[in-house]
Design a protein around this ligand. Sequence first.
Ligand SMILES: [Zn+2]
Length: 227
Amino acid sequence: MRGGDALPMCPTCGSPPAARAGEGLSQIYCRQCCQRANRHGSHFKTTYPAATLRPYRHAAQRFLRAHLLDTWIVHALHALAALMDHAGPVERVVDVYRLPPADKARAALARMRRREVPPERLLVNYLAVCCAIATDPISPGSETANYRRVQAAKVCARTAASNDGYYSDRLKNERYARSTGQALVHLGRWLEEACEHVETAHLAAILELARAGTTAAPSQRTDHTSE
Ligand SMILES: [Zn+2]
């Protein structure tokens, strides 16, 4: 890749683009911003902390509990359950590193199935990410779709990120591959396909619930593990 055709500077941080600096192929962004996009889904935004998502997660939980028979919600929960059911076998830790991105995403869904992660938690996480993006004063702009997919995939993958000692003592502390790369885009797209109708139909109502600040009593909160 010719560095001479690259932009004079990265539009995000002002460093030389990767191609110009001889550190990669991008003629627009520097190496650091490319890595940020790989890990977080945006060239200039990082991952939402749990504290940012928490009020939206609680609002989404309250909304789901009150509308369990809603057509879109029922459809989304079935679709999420089917995603996990058809994700194939749980891969060994050492194998996941060598899988192509789509298979890495599938392996993450298989781990969620082994962990018995309820589909409701995935839907709540997806809706919380949508709420956070909708109310974020710094919009991801043209990267919104990709950022939403990656953020939703990260927060859902976090529900089953360890191998839980399913293998021998020697392997029990080994970690699955870092939460980054195209696997998150694949996983996020599948989650989006399952949940997008709930977002379209009900996001405004969930945002209103969150805005009203009607935080549920601590005894009603059930989703602690994914935080
Ligand atoms: Zn940059």
